[in-house]
Design a protein around this ligand. Structure first.
Ligand code: AHR
Length: 506
């Protein structure tokens, strides 16, 4: 039988920036309160952080975590979250119609990041606030000088600067739902002014300007062009946000989500490079895909799932607590493959979000924490991905997508490093199994040794809607890929319909 793919390190896409395995924590629903922070919980440490959640987030393997929003940041006064806890004000959170107690703020969150082993990425409020407040925050966080702000930082328990490198210039400023929403011209000017001021204070910061909240936004494209015309010299990244969901019961169309993400990235790259060309510049703006996930945001009637369900202004209400099934996890795995396939330009990405809120980790107050189905593709890709991404073109069956035409059933990417090779592969077909025979002889030749399988993991469930729940937290997981083998330089495996796999070769 002929082979239908090959892994050859010479087909390198790019060195992978580990920040592609980032996460996102917003003050939203039960993410912080009753999620990562629950002082009364049996596993809580002296600061009130649940250690069962810390362990799961460590296992997930998130590099950089974007904080504190999201829509929340566009009304946030960061000063409310520092200083003695008993003096911190309770505030209305207009974005999520909740009450923010400010029990957790910058210092507490930075401490939690030390526990989970991730770096901090901060967003400044360019919704209700402006340049002055952004540089005040930057001074408080990064300045190594004796000033009123740094004295406050020291008094609040932190002598050394936090040293935060990546900063988002606001959040989703193109969205009419955003506090302080403005048009591309107005936002571009504000972002440029703010970026320049931030760099005067700390030239080492890396800045992310807001791109579109999704490629379906009416201003998509023109927003990126205008914003970059204003900020091209001031920023390093432009953001992309995208959420996917099965709609109208069409699983096959949902399984084409990776194609949508791919086109989104390529469109933004094209626009950024077009702006570079008009400026006669070699500079390349990178992409921070700083919100991506499956999210059941829309119902089939066109309504949205982001409205509060409790009356009044509750503290930590149950919001956006999507339960993910096997199909969601397969699409999710394909989105990770897509990010790696574009790792030459996607240098940072944040899974939105981490705990309870559209999250891979769920918790019950006073009770257990568990892994959703999407936990597995993220933790495995983060753990197994090596230093460099390599493209793996595959010949496979295909299906017809309403939006994207003919779409391949199989999508794959590999990574290589000194220790070996990792392959990430998805079968998007709802009906066909795919038998793969992948020529891996180039890997053996490069190492002068036979290629062997170190570990393999298959995510598939005959019930595509099977999910992990409080009562049945281990219903869906991964198993070794049945029948996988390497012989005479050919890796062979069979992928059932709607499945995702990660394979480590030594
Ligand atoms: O992640 C949930 C929300 O989605 C974020 O607050 C916002 O930025 C986006 O619309």
């Amino acid at each position: 039988t002929p082979t239908n793919a090959a892994i050859d390190p010479r087909f390198e896409i790019s060195r992978i920036d580990r920040r592609i395995f980032g996460g996102f924590v917003e003050h939203l629903g039960r993410h912080i309160y009753d999620g990562i922070h629950e002082p009364g919980h049996p596993s809580a440490d002296a600061d009130g952080f649940r250690s069962d959640v810390v362990e799961l987030v460590r296992e997930l393997g998130v590099s950089t975590i974007r904080y504190p929003g999201g829509n929340f940041v566009s009304g946030y006064r960061w000063e409310d979250g520092v200083g003695p806890r008993e003096e911190r004000p309770r505030r209305l959170d207009l974005a999520w119609h909740s009450t923010e107690t400010n029990e957790v703020g910058l210092h507490e969150f930075a401490r939690w990041l030390e526990l989970v082993g991730s770096d901090l990425m901060l967003a400044v409020n360019l919704g209700t606030r402006g340049t002055q407040e952004a540089i005040d925050l930057l001074e408080y966080v990064n300045a190594d000088a004796d000033t009123a702000w740094t004295r406050q930082r020291v008094a609040n328990g932190r002598r050394d600067p936090f040293g935060v490198r990546m900063w988002c210039l606001g959040n989703e400023m193109d969205g009419p739902w955003q506090l302080g929403h403005r048009n591309a011209d107005d936002y571009g000017k504000l972002a440029s002014r703010t970026a320049k001021a931030m760099r005067m204070l700390d030239p080492d910061v890396e800045l992310v300007v807001c791109g579109s909240s999704g490629s379906g936004m009416p201003t998509f494209g023109s927003w990126e062009r205008t914003v970059l015309e204003h900020t091209f010299d001031d920023v390093d990244f432009i953001s992309c946000h995208s959420y996917y969901q099965e709609r109208f019961g069409d699983a096959q169309e949902f399984l084409a989500s990776g194609v949508d993400m791919s086109r989104f990235i390529e469109s933004v790259v094209a626009i950024a490079d077009a702006v570079a060309a008009t400026k006669k510049s070699d500079k390349r703006i990178m992409i921070s895909f700083d919100e991506w996930n499956v999210w059941y945001l829309h119902n089939d009637e066109g309504g949205q799932d982001d409205k509060p369900r409790e009356p009044g202004w509750p503290v930590a209400p149950r919001l956006l607590e999507d339960q993910y099934h096997a199909l969601d996890a397969v699409v999710f795995g394909d989105l990770l493959i897509t990010l790696l396939q574009h790792s030459d330009r996607v240098r940072s990405a944040s899974l939105a979000q981490l705990v309870n809120v559209i999250a891979p980790v769920m918790t019950e107050p006073g009770g257990p924490a568990w892994r959703q189905t999407t936990f597995y593709p993220f933790s495995l890709t983060s753990r197994l991905a090596g230093e460099r991404a390599v493209s793996v073109p595959v010949t496979s069956g295909s299906f017809e997508s309403e939006r994207f035409g003919t779409v391949s059933n199989v999508n794959a990417v590999a990574t290589v490093d000194e220790g070996g090779t990792s392959l990430f592969v998805v079968n998007r077909s709802t009906v066909d199994a795919e038998d793969l025979r992948i020529d891996v002889s180039a890997l053996g030749a490069a190492r002068d040794a036979a290629v062997s399988i170190v570990e393999s993991h298959l995510l598939h469930d005959d019930d595509r809607y099977a999910a992990n729940t409080l009562d049945d937290p281990d219903r869906v997981g991964v198993v070794p890929v049945p029948g996988i083998a390497v012989e005479d330089g050919i890796l062979s495996l069979s992928l059932p319909p709607i499945s995702w796999a990660a394979i480590r070769l030594g």
